[in-house]
Ligand binder design. Sequence first.
Ligand code: AMP
Length: 212
Amino acid sequence: MGPPGAGKGTQAQRISEAYQLMHISTGDLLRGTIKDNSELGRKARVYMERGELVPDELVTALVRERLRAARRHRGFILDGYPRNQAQALALDEILAEEEIPLDLVVHFETPVEVVRDRLMGRRVCSSCGTNFHLKALPPSPNGRCSRCGGELMIRPDDQDQTVEQRIRVYEDFARPLVKFYRKKDLLHKVSGAQTAGDQYAELKRLFERKAK
Ligand code: AMP
């Protein structure tokens, strides 16, 4: 959990590779449906361009399908879901049905100025989806993705107005889930203001402790 630009996507990708976990990013899944020009994609695009939440039933259906597949995997990282109370309850239900335990919820607590700066400098690979930042996490010197050589782009929802709306949506709908998961004794706080390298080191320590 955390506001846009907190580091969730970058860390979920790195950690899932390090521990062979399935990375389930609802943002990436939704962007995939837009790329495929599917009916779901055409519906989702309208909300995403406005920085609003895509309706719960559409996103939850995507997550349900992925979590079914995750049962055959070593584990999973859910990135960008749940984002409101209804999704958190839906997730509890899916996990109970599939008999998958939830071990940990990581909260990337991040000041709003850091979020704005991160999103302004963010560049994303149009081919593999890896995130970069012009200053803090620079891509290849040739200006292309350092993982796959793909072309970098600015995410359409990283424009000023949309960023402000996404921050508001996070505060209004997702932040209340901090309490929900604290009550379940699953929450671990990580500073989203640290560098990507420091976040990764902290998460690795946390995962090592959990794995024991
Ligand atoms: P993200 O890549 O996680 O920043 O998500 C980008 C956009 O996708 C969000 O601003 C929402 O419009 C949509 N989205 C991603 N995850 C969800 C979710 N769990 N519920 C509703 N909309 C979502």
